[in-house]
Design a protein around this ligand. Structure first.
Ligand SMILES: *Cc1c(COP(=O)(O)O)cnc(C)c1O
Length: 390
């Protein structure tokens, strides 16, 4: 049986390094900055890339290689490169592939730091970005220019859990010869594989559900081999590489990704159903609730609904802040995708610098609360939300 025929969980558990002379069952940690050469010829051939060999851990390392191999298997990707953070992956991917004068078409609702990259830093190098409204995907083609090179989106989006039709994005990208890049962080490789729908590259912040236990930062880009080659060459010279230790932690995390994400999604659906039945809640957004505006699309491209539930509390900003103050069990924290349930109120925190109109353009209403549902006993999560709502 070839590796690609194995199921998702088997790939996550059995894709690993060859064992050393000690025949260890668990993969050891290779904390080394560089690797030895046999002789002058070995050194020459290694640098000439005539053989696959680790030279220096900024280029590659056995632990990062294992992490990359696993994600490639899970996403159905040809190749990948691992980064110190999700943002290092986003930045390096764009910086490696774009030239001055190029143009990006992006979904309006993307991760905050990604938005800052597009609006504040890329214009310094004459790279401009146009945004299509995530609620009007039929307008995407209006934003495409002769110099557009990349179509970029996240699905589900942060924090409002909107869904974009990946197959549709894939079609548009193909028609206009654009690279389709998807940040698949909220879905994880277990729930959704964008390459299947035409994505050329997939980016993950491994900090979130991939680690899943709030310990380490990490990021990765996987996809077409020719593009990854460019990203690799850029990165081995600029140095955003993932540390071997974090790669080791993340490779271990991947072995339990499927069971963790299953349970996250089961808890999240129960939390979403509870919220939907509560009188102080105006609206609940969860991709696998029938009431979600893009429920049908979500069901076509995702295995389950994910762990993020967004809801609108009655009473706007003040009610949102009061709710947060009454939370006892859940954490108030900036992370997501942890075993611990995390509650945030975007309008008074992460998105407080935007005007109300800007917030509404990305579906952030004043009373929007985002819950990253964790793995605690689900009734305890529900009880905490319930007492805070009353
Ligand atoms: C967190 C996050 C990132 C950035 O990842 P870091 O590891 O924090 O740098 C990028 N995209 C999305 C969707 C995220 O949630």
């Amino acid at each position: 049986m070839s590796e690609t025929q194995f199921g998702f969980e088997t790939k996550a558990i059995r894709t690993q390094l060859e064992r050393s002379q000690y025949q260890e069952h668990s993969v050891p940690l290779y904390l080394t900055s560089s690797f030895l050469f046999e002789d002058a010829e070995d050194m020459r051939a290694s640098f000439a890339e005539e053989k696959e060999k680790n030279i220096y851990s900024r280029f590659s390392n056995p632990n990062t290689n294992e992490f990359i191999d696993k994600i490639c298997q899970m996403e159905g990707a040809e190749a990948g490169y691992a980064f110190a953070t999700g943002m290092a992956a986003v930045y390096s991917t764009f910086a490696a592939l774009l030239n001055s004068g190029d143009h990006i078409v992006s979904a309006s609702s993307v991760f905050g730091s990604t938005h800052t990259l597009f609006t504040k830093y890329f214009p310094k190098w004459n790279i401009e970005t146009s945004y299509f409204n995530i609620n009007e995907p039929e307008t995407i083609e209006n934003f495409i220019q002769p110099n557009t090179k990349i179509l970029y989106a996240e699905s589900p989006t942060n924090p409002a859990v909107d869904i974009l039709d990946l197959k549709y994005l894939g079609k548009i990208a193909k028609k206009h010869s654009l690279l389709l890049i998807i940040d698949n962080c909220f879905a994880t490789p277990y729930l959704q594989n964008p390459i299947q729908f035409g994505a050329d590259l997939v980016i993950h912040s491994a900090t979130k559900l991939i680690d899943g236990q709030g310990r380490v930062l990490g990021g990765i880009t996987v996809g077409r081999e020719d593009l990854i080659r460019e990203i690799y060459l850029f990165s081995r010279n600029t140095g955003p590489s993932l540390s071997p230790f974090n790669a080791w932690v993340l490779s271990k995390s991947l072995e339990t990704l499927a069971v963790r994400v299953e349970k996250h999604c089961e808890n999240a659906l129960k939390v979403a159903r509870f919220l939907e039945s509560h009188t102080n809640v105006e609206l609940v957004k969860y991709p696998f609730l029938k009431s979600h505006p893009q429920h049908e699309i979500a069901k076509k491209q995702m295995r389950l609904g994910g762990n993020i539930v967004a809801f609108e509390i009655k009473g706007g900003i003040e009610a949102g802040r009061k709710f947060i103050d009454k939370i006892k069990l859940c954490s108030l924290s900036a992370n997501l995708g942890d075993t611990r349930t995390i509650v945030t109120h975007p309008a008074s925190t992460t998105h407080s610098k935007l005007t109300e109109d800007e917030r509404l353009a990305v579906s952030i209403t004043d009373g929007l609360v985002r819950v990253s549902v964790g793995l605690e006993t689900v009734q305890d999560i529900i009880d905490d939300l319930k007492q805070a709502l009353e």
